[in-house]
Design a protein around this ligand. Structure first.
Ligand code: IPE
Ligand code: IPE
Ligand code: MG
Ligand code: MG
Ligand code: MG
Length: 269
């Protein structure tokens, strides 16, 4: 029987990697890393790697943990007063509200460094793993998620293309990291990687369209600036259909991905 890839499994892996010291910044890291995230990115990475390789490898485990650390750091910084100024995250006080801004900044920095350590402690002798690791950090960096945050904060969004560009990077690139790193580390071919990336591209934008619908009360850049509410729902459905169609073009059992694509509307995995 297949091991279950679920939130508890990801939590266990993350606990093994979590620093064994205690100070205020570590407490802030712990508060956010174990603060009720859905673990969507590590779940996607592990499930994609298993679909391709037939098993969960050490490399996939390390990359999945590192990705969740990077995602968590991005949320801590995203909530800071200098960015979205959000007091609440996952129904609780955001990290800087609970621990202060200095601790929140440092805990985000520390999570990014922890991600690097976790990756370096993985099977670095494996060329597939190194390729996946490079992709992970590229998607997290200035050409990836940080590019998206920059567009979100500093660009004008007046067309659907503008909104797509913001979403593709700020949200899409870490979801691309999840799916494509899983495919790389599982041993997919370059042609297959290109298809996985297209799936992730559509999924990433769709995830943000739904996020904007869920956040419709917030005053921030959103797909609702360029589409009506019904327009957003139709667009998300179109992207979901495309994800499912692309899944069928690959020679793997990607039912989990289709399932996640459908569940995106309710965010219950
Ligand atoms: C929230 O991501 C931020 C976006 C990129 C839309 P998630 O919805 O995956 O956040 P958690 O970790 O499950 O709370
Ligand atoms: C967050 O986007 C993207 C990153 C943190 C990289 P949002 O700002 O829309 O996400 P929420 O609404 O705060 O979760
Ligand atoms: Mg933001
Ligand atoms: Mg935000
Ligand atoms: Mg949002």
């Amino acid at each position: 029987m297949k091991n279950s890839i679920n939130v508890e499994y990801v939590d266990k892996l993350l606990k093994e990697q979590f620093p064994k010291i205690n100070n205020k910044v570590v407490q802030a890291m712990e508060y956010s890393l174990f603060g009720g995230g859905k673990r969507f990115r590590p779940l996607l990475l592990l499930a994609t790697a298993r679909a391709v390789a037939g098993r969960i490898t050490k490399g996939a485990q390390h990359l999945a943990c590192a990705l969740e650390c990077i995602h968590t750091y991005s949320l801590i910084h995203d909530d800071l007063p200098a960015m979205d100024n959000d007091d609440v995250r996952r129904g609780k006080r955001s990290c800087h509200m609970q621990y202060g801004e200095a601790s929140a900044v440092l805990s985000g920095d520390a999570l990014l460094n922890l991600a690097m350590e976790i990756v370096m402690d993985g099977p670095m002798g494996d060329a597939k793993y190194r390729q996946a690791a490079r992709f992970l950090f590229k998607m997290s960096g200035i050409c990836g998620m940080i590019n998206g945050q920059s567009l979100d904060l500093f660009s004008v969004t007046s067309t659907l293309d503008d909104a797509n560009a913001v979403a593709l990077h700020k949200t899409g690139d870490l979801l691309r990291a999840a799916i494509v790193c899983g495919a790389y580390v599982g041993g997919a071919t370059e042609d297959q990687i290109a298809l996985f990336d297209e799936i992730a591209h559509n999924f990433g934008i769709c995830y943000q369209v739904v996020d904007d619908l869920l956040d419709r009360e917030k005053i921030e850049k959103s797909f609702l600036d360029v589409l009506s509410e019904q327009g957003c729902i139709n667009y998300a459905q179109k992207l979901t259909d495309r994800v499912k169609e692309l899944c069928d073009a690959l020679p793997y059992d990607l039912d989990f991905l289709k399932h996640y694509a459908d569940k995106n509307f309710t965010r219950e995995y």
